[in-house]
Design a protein around this ligand. Structure first.
Ligand code: ATR
Length: 272
């Protein structure tokens, strides 16, 4: 009988579009090992059963994407500090004896991409985040660790921005009343990008922006990044590096091997 390969998977709904299998295959090639990394489509309300089955069958680690990051948070037995801060889990690590640790590598993936691939320091920067959904909750705790001058959240539904701002001790501002020439780094974390919609932010807001970043990648990020550049942003970047970065930090948690993130970003840039 052929030996079974170490098994990993990403859980989501939808999940067919996920690039995680391709990314993790590159990491395994770097480590010179063979792994199996699949996509598992769970039904709404069905995450716990699907995860239970996967690990009972020998799964060694899982990633979790939309809409199950909160379900994963509830399912695991222990939480890393950053998962606790985000109330969301994107990485599950088996601890043995049927217990599981939930971590969240999204913020680390974003911070590493901004500081390394974009060579833009976060320390002492004035950061504006557009959006106040799950994606924002996941990254704010890690951005705060980088000691920015301040972080402001602006959201179409203002109450949600205020709620998050209170929770993390940061600022909230209305989307249509943002100050001009105030922010160094502007991050779009709204899901509108996926349908080509950009948040209604005045062009002057980008006046002193050294980096405009969209957390989605490829064509979906284009409308926001084009607008940012036209409005004066010095540099723009989509979220491909964040995607590869969060995957690399998951891989390291499972296997103790640190992938070369930049090499895989270059590979994926050609592939997507
Ligand atoms: P995610 O987990 O990706 O953050 P989410 O929790 O559904 O997804 O949050 C989506 C975010 O994108 C919200 O901040 C949403 O704003 P509202 O809270 O006002 O709904 C924001 N968003 C979605 N479409 C948008 C658009 N066209 N313009 C501005 N913001 C938008």
């Amino acid at each position: 009988m052929a030996a079974t390969l170490p098994r990993y998977a990403v859980f989501g709904n939808p999940v067919a579009h996920s690039k995680s299998p391709q990314i993790h295959r590159q990491f395994a090639l770097q480590e010179k090992v063979q792994i199996e990394y699949g996509r598992i489509l769970a039904e709404p309300g069905g995450f716990a059963a699907a995860a239970g089955r996967f690990f009972a069958e020998g799964g060694l680690g899982a990633n979790v994407t939309v809409p199950f990051k909160t379900d994963a948070y509830d399912w695991v037995d222990e939480h890393s500090e950053r998962a606790k801060a985000a109330c969301a889990v994107n990485t599950i690590i088996p601890l043995g004896s049927g217990r599981f640790l939930g971590d969240n590598t999204d913020g680390a993936g974003l911070a590493a991409d901004i500081t390394e691939a974009q060579a833009t320091a976060l320390q002492n920067r004035r950061i504006l985040i557009l959006g106040a959904g799950g994606a924002v909750r996941g990254v704010v705790p890690v951005l705060l660790q980088q000691q920015p001058a301040d972080i402001t959240i602006a959201n179409r539904t203002e109450a949600k921005a205020r709620e998050l701002a209170e929770r993390f001790g940061i600022r909230a501002a209305p989307l249509n009343g943002l100050p001009a020439n105030r922010f160094d780094i502007i991050i779009n974390a709204t899901s509108g990008s996926l349908s080509g919609e950009i948040p209604a932010v005045a062009p002057e807001v980008f006046g002193s922006c050294v980096l405009a970043y969209d957390m989605v990648y490829g064509a979906a990020a284009q409308a926001f990044l084009d607008y940012a550049r036209r409005s004066g942003a010095q540099k723009t970047a989509d979220g491909l590096g964040m995607l590869v970065g969060q995957a690399a930090f998951s891989y390291r948690l499972w296997r103790g091997f640190s992938p070369d993130i930049q090499a895989v970003i270059r590979y994926m840039r050609k592939a997507v």
